[in-house]
Ligand binder design. Sequence first.
Ligand code: KIV
Length: 272
Amino acid sequence: MSVAKKEYKRVTVKSLIEMKEHAEKISMLTAYDYSMAKIVDGAGIDVILVGDSASNVMAGHETTLPITLDQMIYHASSVIRAVKRALVVVDLPFGSYQSDPKEALRSAIRIMKESGAHAIKLEGGKEIKESIKRILNAGIPVMGHLGLTPQSIYKFGSYTVRAKEEEEAQKLKEDAIFLEKTGCFAIVLEKIPAKLAREVAESVSIPVIGIGAGNGVDGQVLVLHDLLGMTYEFSPRFLRRYMNLYDDMTKALSRYVDDVKALDFPNEEEQY
Ligand code: KIV
């Protein structure tokens, strides 16, 4: 079903709030480099997240913890050079904001200044309230992230669904309201029960964007490489693969190898 929607030449934090008011769902995807970001932006995605999932997807680490602020800035500035329409949000990496609010602000300023990003995202609720406030006071838009927060993976012990128990669900609801009251412009909810996610989305006026959080929220986010089927080891229930690029690329590359070995490439037309 196609949904009539307002055309946004440039998506801003205000546009996202307007989309929620008009019940227009928000599309969000990750990108970490210039070439992919150009395609993602050209396809009309509303928000591009330069996620710290770059640590897994681009660098092959097991978790998001190792990626550094300098590396995030490198990815973010590559993405920014490609983007004309989408709002670009950049993750503050692990270790760049948890120790004290001044450091959090310094990290956020570096991202904004050195990459040209439009907003930052960080993981957590009330426990990082001073950092969030300080960043917001500097005029930097902040997106929250609750539920499964991968930077805390060693505390959780696994990537299973979060907030299934009442106590954790209650804390998550309170944190979402806290993030809205503090001035965050949106919240990502990762891998929590759909019913809880819908409740949260209905309880706040800022957009709630889900990943593995059902369809009662205001938008969806996925990791680009998962959606394109470039990764195959990762197969959570919430992932819809729109392509099988891993297989398609492998076939294309094998053909190239065969052509080179068979002296079929380059042919007469492909040389000077
Ligand atoms: O880093 C990331 O890709 C994310 C999304 C999973 C929301 O935070």
